[in-house]
Write a protein that binds this ligand. Structure first.
Ligand SMILES: Nc1ncnc2c1ncn2[C@@H]1O[C@H](COP(=O)(O)OP(=O)(O)O)[C@@H](O)[C@H]1O
Ligand SMILES: [Mg+2]
Length: 307
């Protein structure tokens, strides 16, 4: 699409655990598109979003939602039905990526090394250690580290309170991979680069992700060149394995500890990664010479639906 779209609806907010993050992403996108003189209508997405979009009839929807309903194929399905082209991944890739155990099955099929884990019933996880410590307990389909807990050596406490677990009956439990945290961004069919994240917390938890100064980004990641390339290849392979569109970001662990394996493990792919100008994907795009406004415009050009 070479001509700028006339009217863009920016979908943000929603009602997932990541609502606040999405409002920040959405506001940044609205500002960037307005700076390029594009007519923009911000929509704080509620349960009546289909009616609002049907009345508004935008040329394109910029999806700035994160988490459930915005990142898992649901809003994508609404947009398909309405025939409104939208940014980022489609229905199938979105729903696969959001369901971590399902995504891993597909990643492993194409030879991507993933963090090892299994799904347990929450009662089993509460009853005692389901694998040797250290291990990681996480919801099957959340984001932003919501509900993620690391059970370190020596811990004899349950990883969560039964009443405080709002993420369903099933829990993903993974072996903890020590070492370094990496994330790599994909834009269409190109790799943008790899960032190392050093969290001041014991892992990259919600506070470390969204509180200024609680985590540092090293972009590009200061790791050996072959590992850097391997992380980029892994992210592109993951993006393609589940048929992602637009931008995605893959989160990994690199075990470079003295007694470790020296390998990189994929934790997950994010089809609606954080999108403020200081978020990881825009930062990697800037490193690759693409500013935030250009990244937003590219996503609009890349937007589609089946009609
Ligand atoms: N297997 C693991 N080993 C070590 N750390 C992990 C593991 N799984 C998750 N973590 C930590 O928890 C964070 C969130 O996990 P992730 O799987 O990326 O879920 P989310 O969708 O919430 O971002 C990671 O960024 C990492 O710091
Ligand atoms: Mg993650």
């Amino acid at each position: 699409m070479s001509v700028a779209p006339q009217h863009v609806a920016v979908l943000m907010g929603g009602w997932s655990a990541e609502r606040e993050v999405s409002l920040v992403s959405g506001a940044a996108v609205v500002e960037a598109l307005r700076r390029r003189n594009i007519r923009v209508t911000p929509i704080d997405v509620g349960h009546n979003v289909a009616n609002i979009l049907a009345g508004l009839k935008p040329d394109i929807a910029f999806n700035a939602l994160h988490g459930r309903f915005g990142e898992d194929g649901c809003i994508q399905g609404v947009l398909e039905v309405l025939g409104i082209p939208y940014t980022h991944s489609g229905v199938l890739a979105s729903s696969i990526a959001m369901d971590k155990p399902t995504a891993k099955i597909l990643f492993e099929r194409v030879g991507i090394r993933c963090t090892q884990g299994s799904v347990f019933h929450r009662d089993q996880v509460l009853a005692g250690h389901v694998m040797p410590t250290p291990y990681v307990v996480k919801p099957i389909n959340e984001g932003s580290s919501v509900g993620v807990k690391v059970v370190f050596d020596g811990s004899n406490r349950a990883p969560f309170d039964s009443e405080a677990w709002h993420y369903g009956d099933h829990v993903l439990v993974e072996r903890y991979v020590p070492g370094r945290e990496l994330t790599a961004a994909i834009m269409g069919d190109r790799t943008l680069g790899v960032t190392e994240i050093r969290s001041h917390h014991r892992f990259f938890d919600y506070e470390a992700k969204y509180t200024k100064g609680e985590a540092e980004h090293f972009c590009p990641a200061p790791i050996p060149a072959d590992k850097y390339q391997q992380a980029m290849d892994m992210a592109l392979k993951a993006h393609q394995a589940i048929g992602c569109r637009g931008v995605s970001r893959s989160d990994m662990r690199y075990d470079d500890t003295p007694d470790g394996t020296g390998e990189i493990y994929l934790m997950e792919i994010n089809t609606q990664p954080g999108f403020t100008p200081v978020s990881l994907v825009p930062e990697l795009a800037a490193h690759a010479g693409i500013d935030f406004e250009s990244l937003c415009l590219w996503l609009l050009e890349d937007a589609s639906c089946r009609r």
